[in-house]
Design a protein around this ligand. Structure first.
Ligand code: GLA
Length: 394
């Protein structure tokens, strides 16, 4: 059994145990790793994530025929702190928030669909997943997009990847309480295998960028966990919005260097640094896209080094031990590829985009780091897979 078959078997088993019946359909949505464009999506900029071969799987079947009310039932398995748990709510009237995060991802998706005028048909689902939770690899987006796709297909809505992403994002914003942007959900919904996804977060136009076959994408998990709903993420977003408002702009995407530099003295120093990160980071997306397509590891090394520094010194989302790990890896790699913090930060993972044969260099740097670390870091290499889809079962 491959990884996905094991996940499907788990979802199927969970479904059977919960409902005493067989699921009829399966849907999958992947996690993602962001290669460049960090903390840029909610500033309307460009980002370049790619889906990874870790997914959330939804097993779905019809509702209980004897139930007098139209009801949606869900059970979540293997969700770490989300634990195996059940939820059940009727589909008549407004959907209310549930007791915990995973319930709100499901309920939030159904209420978001309602906002667009879509009615979800009664169903039962079981969800299993293998996207590491809290690592910055978007387990939440995978979960939300998989549920959105399952609801869409089951209810005959035929929603586009962009609409699935929007619905999953609204669920997180409104029901889970995280002011996340749209990047993770779009990566999960719209990615193409062996490509990264260049996304304009203002228009949601997107284009697959090939990952050169000579390149490997390695994630180095620091083991340090955080929760995205923590106030720090929402605070960064509010800071960015404050700078945009200061300049009378819709979003920081519309700010240029000259205007920012000219206003340095009139801006709060923290807000100035936040804006400097965002303006610089948006400009780094194009060179990384080019380097990715051409397999230019020296360019990746240079731009990703700048990006990490900016996240650490200007956006304040790194930690001293993460900076140390990034520096050790970058030093080992030299021109063989780049490494930087990925995702929201405050813990989580580094991503390295390197020549395939650079793997031993990364391992050596991680081993050196681990000799003095409280928590050991681990590396894993991911394959860019395609976005959310129904799984054919024959
Ligand atoms: C989290 C959010 C995204 C994005 C990143 C930072 O993953 O969910 O919307 O803001 O952080 O780039």
């Amino acid at each position: 059994m491959d990884r996905r078959e094991k996940l499907m078997a788990r979802a199927r088993q969970g479904y059977r145990l919960a409902y005493g019946a067989e699921p009829t359909h399966f849907f999958a949505a992947p996690g993602r790793v962001n290669l460049i464009g960090e903390h840029v999506d909610y500033n309307d900029g460009y980002v370049l994530p790619c889906a990874i071969d870790r997914e959330a799987i939804v097993a779905l079947g019809p509702a209980d025929r004897d139930d007098p009310v139209p009801r949606f039932e869900a059970v979540a398995l293997d969700m770490g702190e989300m634990a195996s748990a059940r939820d059940s709510f009727d589909l008549v009237g407004p959907i209310r928030q549930g007791e915990n995060n995973w319930q709100n991802h499901v309920r939030g998706v159904i209420q978001a669909l309602g906002r667009y005028g879509h009615r979800v048909k009664p169903a039962r689902i079981a969800i299993a997943g293998d996207v590491p939770i809290g690592a910055g690899l978007s387990s939440s987006a995978a979960f939300g997009v998989a549920v959105a796709l399952a609801c869409s297909e089951h209810s005959g809505l035929g929603l586009s990847p962009t609409m699935l992403a929007k619905v999953a994002q609204i669920a997180e914003n409104d029901f889970v309480g995280c002011a996340c942007g749209i990047m993770d959900q779009m990566a999960s919904a719209a990615s193409v295998a062996d490509h990264a996804l260049l996304l304009d977060c203002r228009t949601l136009e997107h284009m697959p960028i090939p990952v050169h076959p000579s390149l490997a994408i390695t994630v180095i998990d620091t083991g340090i966990r955080r929760s995205l709903t923590e106030s720090a993420f929402n605070q960064r977003r509010a800071e960015c919005e404050a700078v945009a408002a200061h300049f009378g702009l819709k979003a920081l995407r519309d700010l240029d260097w000259a205007t920012l530099e000219a206003a340095q003295d009139s801006l709060d120093p923290t807000l100035y640094r936040r804006a400097r990160h965002v303006v610089g980071e948006i400009q780094r997306v194009e060179p990384v896209g080019t380097a990715l397509a051409q397999g230019d590891t020296a360019l990746l090394a240079e731009v990703m080094r700048e990006a990490h520094l900016s996240l650490s010194a200007d956006f304040d989302v790194s930690l001293p031990q993460i900076d140390r790990l990034a520096a050790l890896i970058a030093e080992g790699l030299d021109d063989a590829g780049g490494v930087r913090l990925t995702g929201a930060g405050f813990g989580g993972c580094l991503v390295a985009v390197t020549a395939h044969d650079a793997a031993p260099v990364i391992e050596a740097a991680v081993a050196l780091y681990n000799t003095g670390a409280d928590l050991p870091a681990r590396t894993e290499t991911f394959r860019p897979i395609s976005g959310a889809a129904a799984i054919r079962i024959d």
